[in-house]
Design a protein around this ligand. Structure first.
Ligand code: TLP
Length: 339
């Protein structure tokens, strides 16, 4: 089976498993797990922030980010195709009592003028606009990079309007590797940001929220309240640390394979958007039928929204898998194929 559904499907490498077996641990709710502490310090430093907090998932770090930057009844502005809006179970309303204001924009990006037009003045009728959430790379648009200048411009407008900025950087290192711009350059324009070790970096679990020391102190309280306080978490945190240290640069391999895959699929007659990172979107009239036909050929993918199929490259696929996936997709498209 060639599993291209998501870069979350990777299994821990042998080195990761060895590190997990040997990890020094303590009770992290007491702040005593040396490995978690090391991971938090490493990621804070990597991202140029004062502090970071380890949590089980990107959903939790995004939601803690929303929580610490807002109060009940506030408004959070974000792209209409943002993960925080579409794929986090309504958590902003559930956990923070905030109202979401989805905004349009090409490539998953919000233009400064769109933001300025949407932010309403202080008035008893209006929810208070408090936070802008950005996502880089942007998942639903096909792993598109939000270039640093555009990111800085919209984040700058948000600040001028009195908003805080949270970055969903589940795949921020893909953006960094694709552009050569260090992750911390983007982070400098955000108050809080979430990064995941369990996407392209290949760890089995684990995300971090980074920001100012005082904000992360509040975030630690929120993590406990949300049920994310873990005990001897060093056994999993060490896998994240390993991923951040050893698997960032190799994301370039995933990007190269995504380009190979896109070229192969285009060669087989599919309509494919050229990928910028590790996500390939192909257009089809009937995603469900195509996904079923690919699965019969032992290639797994997911729906990429209306009329699209998404394929992700990751640590557990090699060049051979890409060739085989392209051949399988070609058979599916051939007359009488995929039945
Ligand atoms: N994305 C998953 C699915 O939830 C769609 C995937 O397969 O791509 N932010 C972004 C941009 C994400 O893509 C994801 C996961 C998350 C946050 C949430 O991370 P987890 O799954 O750790 O809660």
């Amino acid at each position: 089976m060639i599993d291209l559904r998501s870069d979350t499907v990777t299994r821990p490498t042998g080195e990761m498993r060895r590190a997990m077996a040997e990890a020094a641990v303590g009770d992290d709710v007491f702040g005593e797990d040396p490995t978690v502490n090391r991971l938090e310090e490493y990621v804070a430093e990597l991202l140029g922030k004062e502090a970071a907090l380890y949590a089980p998932s990107g959903t939790m770090t995004n939601q803690i980010g929303v929580f610490v930057n807002t109060g009940r009844g506030d408004e959070v502005l974000l792209h209409e195709e943002a993960h925080v809006f579409n794929y986090e179970g309504g958590a902003p309303a559930l956990l923070s009592g905030v109202q979401l204001r989805p905004l349009p924009g090409a490539r998953g990006a919000i233009r400064p003028e769109t933001l300025r037009a949407a932010v309403r003045p202080e008035d008893v009728h209006f929810a208070r606009p408090r936070l802008l959430c950005l996502e880089n790379t942007h998942n639903v648009s096909g792993g598109k990079v939000l270039p640093l200048e555009d990111f800085a411009a919209v984040a700058g407008s948000a600040r001028d309007l009195g908003l805080k900025v949270h970055l969903d950087g589940a795949r921020l290192f893909n953006a960094a590797v694709a552009t050569g711009v260090a992750a911390r350059e983007w982070c400098a324009h955000a108050d809080t940001l979430s990064v995941c070790s369990s996407k392209g970096l290949g760890a089995p679990v684990g995300s971090l929220l980074a920001g100012a020391r005082e904000t992360i102190r509040e975030a630690r309280r929120a993590r406990k309240a949300f049920g994310g306080g873990m005990r001897q978490a060093g056994v999993i945190a060490v896998a994240s640390l390993h991923a951040f240290v050893h698997h960032r640069e190799r994301l370039a391999e995933d990007h190269r394979r995504a380009r190979l895959l896109a070229e192969g699929l285009a060669g087989a007659g599919y309509t494919v958007e050229p990928p910028e990172t590790n996500i390939v979107l192909l257009q089809t009239d009937d995603p469900k039928a195509l996904l079923a036909a690919l699965a019969r050929e032992n290639v797994l993918a997911t729906s990429g929204g209306a009329g699209k199929v998404r394929l992700c490259t990751h640590l557990d696929v090699d060049d051979r898998d890409i060739e085989n996936a392209v051949e399988a997709a070609g058979r599916v498209r051939a007359p009488g194929g995929g039945r």
